[in-house]
Design a protein. Structure first.
Lengths: 547, 272
């Protein structure tokens, strides 16, 4: 996408927009200005709390009640959007400005058929006859890649996967041929491959209709891939704005540089002793999930893993990658003992895992994906870490407390953090606690299930650094589960690719990244850029081809 | 400490007055609540008998104070019984799932199908009408709702990652249940227990009114209403004051319960 052309006319113009929390007067968005030209793809990049979502919500006046516009001007096609009556706003929303939200699981009404939901906008904003409406909807569903458009009309949202729902959402918005599409983190909840497919589709559709796109995301490479101009927001203010290429090539503001430097880069190649017997060895693991029982019908088991084998050597970080539904999380949980395997056997340090369960439990720990749900909200940070030491023999109470404090210090949460509760911490800090809890026992083997995918870019970089440091210091083996190949490229020694419950390709990291054999691996890789850092602190993004 | 809302404050004051009165009745009442006086039968409220006297000349205020004690005592023990039983049943049911959950919930649902007061009536017929019979009967009648609420909370909690984290640490099921699940259920338990306290007082009054509660001459608000019923035309205070006591107590409990829920629910934290 090159955005060299100069736009003379503007579609949307924002000048000096400031938002504040009513009552307290705390400013959440400060003096934000930008213009969007017709047909342009424009990006806003920022981390959580940067005010990017509030800014865009104020454009269509969908702000939370507690937030008010304190100053500024928003003009849409030369009309004052902030001063519009409700009637005018309703004509504007949907027909002129469409919105795709982040969460495909909740942005469609679960009790309405797809057909009725898509029809709603057409009834409101057009004078089409029922037959024409049906025709338009079918046509649009076909264009967004729904396999059976006729069937989809009478289907309900839960019958579709997240990626399909986001396509349907896109269809419902694009049906009205809006002049501006606001896409707020449209693909954040999706895995990398589907994310790219949905983005490509969005760009293709909007370009065909001449619709401008306001793309909002924390994912700088993704935004950079599709936009011609970008603004970077931090703490409610725009810190840098410009053409995408210039901004990547020669970032001016320190925050932009920090964002770019936080992108994962390939780690060094480590020489590991793999001649010894593996630390953990799983053989021919089969996992069946019981199917849903229905009246007078026997439950049909669903096979999640079809005989998977994996070895992890001492001190090795093995990344398990694949899309959602590939079985990577199931494999991790099976090895951890949270899911019972239907058949197969798991060995730990040369013995059957089940022979000495206590020893395995002391030596195998896990870091979970969601730092908001993995910590008991009623316990202090210190108590959480101490609990991990409860079953460790040969340590008295004082020694355990001492160890817990040391570990917290190690993950950068020393001092008065010990007495705080999880809800007082940020996502990154919580994930540090989760890591502290996992390593407090000095385990030989760690399973990390998407440990950084819920975190912001800069926080993710810090947590990954911490993880690598700890791994080097203690030398534990690690099974690192992720759908984000960028992260994997940074931390893994070896990569195992899974699809549909089977391992389809594995090898050391550089081989997989530089010379992938399987088509699916290439698709995964095409979703992330190869980075080259230049001397101005900028980066060059190179996208791998899928073919 | 955050400030209580206006409603919470009113509720707190009402319940506070009730508790103080009940405690005071242990050491002092204006008159002996049991003392009959044929000279002062059906005396209207006045300087001597602040709230009047009943058909046997007993002081209504004194009897209401002792009645408050009975109400609180029965309410508290009923709630304690239902909370302990309901929480244990709910924890087991929600945590075990499978057929254990199926059996427990089938019994639970069957019990819930009866109105609480009807169930209590039946049980009282078996166990006899006295203070402990009421507590036992109402306790059993309320246990299913508590079990249900706890089970619901456990079902959603057990899917959270910190429960899995506890398993990965090697903690036993019992430890996980007591250390991680139970404390996180405390908010809904407290809220339900508060409103149960109100229901219990109301049901106790109703049962006493029907003659199935604490037998006279021991005063409770319910049997005072029942005893005064034939005389309401001449002595409206015999119906008015016990009725007011019941109504104000329930109002206080509901207001306080709402305030407690807002305080205990983490989702309400930080909202103004």
């Amino acid at each position: 996408m090159s955005g060299a052309e100069v736009h003379t006319n503007t579609l949307l113009s924002v000048r000096g927009l400031s938002l504040a929390v009513a009552g307290s007067g705390r400013q959440v968005v400060k003096d934000v200005s930008f213009d969007i030209a017709p047909g342009e793809i424009f990006g806003i990049v920022g981390e959580s709390g940067s005010g990017k979502t509030l800014t865009t919500r104020s454009l269509i006046r969908l702000l939370p009640q507690a937030i008010t516009v304190t100053s500024g001007l928003v003009q849409y096609k030369g009309r004052d959007a902030l001063g519009m009556t409700h009637r005018e706003l309703r004509d504007l929303r949907g027909a002129e400005i469409g919105v795709v939200f982040q969460e495909p699981m909740t942005s469609l009404n679960p009790s309405m058929t797809i057909g009725r939901q898509l029809e709603e906008g057409l009834i409101l904003h057009t004078k089409l006859q029922p037959e024409e409406r049906r025709h338009r909807i079918l046509d649009m569903l076909k264009r967004v890649g729904i396999r059976d458009p006729e069937g989809a009309l009478t289907a309900y949202p839960h019958e579709f996967s997240g990626g399909m729902r986001q396509r349907i959402m896109l269809a419902s918005v694009m049906l009205l041929k809006p002049a501006l599409l606001i896409a707020d983190e449209p693909t954040t909840a999706l895995d990398a491959v589907i994310q790219r497919d949905v983005m490509e589709l969005m760009v293709e559709l909007t370009q065909a209709e001449g619709t401008a796109v306001l793309l909002i995301s924390h994912d700088l490479p993704m935004v950079a891939r599709y936009t011609s101009r970008i603004v970077v927001m931090e703490k409610g203010s725009i810190v840098e704005a410009g053409r995408t290429e210039d901004l990547l090539d020669a970032p001016q503001h320190s925050y932009t540089k920090k964002l770019l430097q936080s992108l994962p880069l390939r780690g060094e190649v480590r020489v590991l002793d793999t001649a010894k017997a593996p630390m953990v060895s799983a053989k021919d693991i089969v996992v069946d999930y019981p199917g849903r029982k229905s009246f007078l019908k026997k439950a049909q088991a669903k096979r999640a893993l079809h005989g998977v084998s994996i070895d992890i050597h001492e001190g090795e970080v093995v990344a398990l990658v694949g899309g959602s539904g590939s079985g990577k999380t199931t494999l991790g949980r099976t090895i951890a003992g949270l899911v019972k395997e239907s058949s197969g056997n798991i060995q730990f340090q040369g013995r059957s895992r089940d022979a000495d369960w206590r020893d395995y439990r002391l030596n195998c720990q896990m870091v979970f994906q969601d730092p908001y749900s993995s910590l008991d909200p009623r316990m202090t940070i210190l108590a959480l870490v101490e609990e991990a030491l409860r079953l460790v023999p040969d340590l008295d109470r004082a020694a355990k407390r001492q160890r817990a404090r040391e570990v917290l210090e190690e993950v950068g949460l020393g001092g008065d953090f010990a007495d705080r509760y999880p809800h007082e911490l940020s996502g990154g800090q919580r994930q540090r606690v989760a890591i502290a809890r996992a390593i407090a026992r000095r385990p030989r083997f760690l399973i990390a299930d998407e440990p950084v995918s819920a975190l912001d870019v800069t926080v993710r970089a810090q947590v990954l650094d911490l993880f690598s440091d700890l791994q080097k210091r203690y030398g534990f083996s690690c099974l690192f589960i992720s759908h984000d190949l960028g992260v994997v490229e940074q931390v893994a020694d070896r990569v195992v690719v899974m699809q549909d419950g089977r391992i389809i390709e594995q090898g050391d990291r550089d081989t997989i990244f530089d010379n992938p054999q399987e088509a699916y691996t290439r698709r995964l890789l095409s979703a992330i850029p190869a980075l080259a850092i230049n001397e101005q602190g900028g980066v060059k993004l190179k996208w791998r081809l899928e073919a | 400490m955050k400030k209580l809302t206006f409603n919470g404050l009113i509720g707190g004051i009402l319940i506070g007055v009730l508790l103080v009165t009940a405690l005071l009745s242990l050491v002092w009442t204006p008159f002996d609540p049991m003392k009959l006086s044929f000279t002062a039968r059906l005396a209207a409220p006045g300087a001597e008998h602040l709230l009047g006297t009943d058909e046997f000349g007993r002081d209504v205020l004194s009897r209401l104070m002792v009645g408050a004690r009975a109400a609180i005592w029965i309410g508290a023990l009923t709630v304690a019984f239902a909370t302990v039983c309901g929480t244990i049943i709910g924890l087991i049911s929600g945590y075990a799932r499978g057929w254990i959950d199926g059996v427990i919930m089938a019994i639970n649902n069957a019990l819930m199908a009866f109105p609480g007061i009807l169930l209590a009536l039946g049980l009282l017929a078996v166990f006899g009408a006295n203070q402990y019979g009421i507590i036992f009967a109402l306790g059993i009648a309320y246990t299913p709702s508590m079990a249900r609420v706890v089970r619901g909370a456990v079902l959603s909690l057990r899917e959270r990652e910190f429960i899995e984290a506890s398993k990965v640490m090697g903690n036993s099921e019992l430890f996980t249940m007591l250390r991680h699940i139970l404390p996180n259920c405390l908010a809904p338990i407290t809220v339900l227990a508060t409103s149960m306290f109100g229901w219990a007082i109301l049901s106790e009054s109703a049962l006493s009114f029907l003659g199935l509660g604490v037998p006279p001459p021991a005063p409770t608000w319910g049997n005072m209403l029942a005893a005064g019923r034939p005389f309401f035309e001449q002595a409206v205070w015999l119906g008015l004051f016990p009725g007011l006591c019941i109504a104000l107590t329930l109002l206080g409990i509901n207001l306080l319960g709402d305030a407690l829920r807002d305080k205990l629910d983490p989702r309400m934290r930080g909202l103004k």
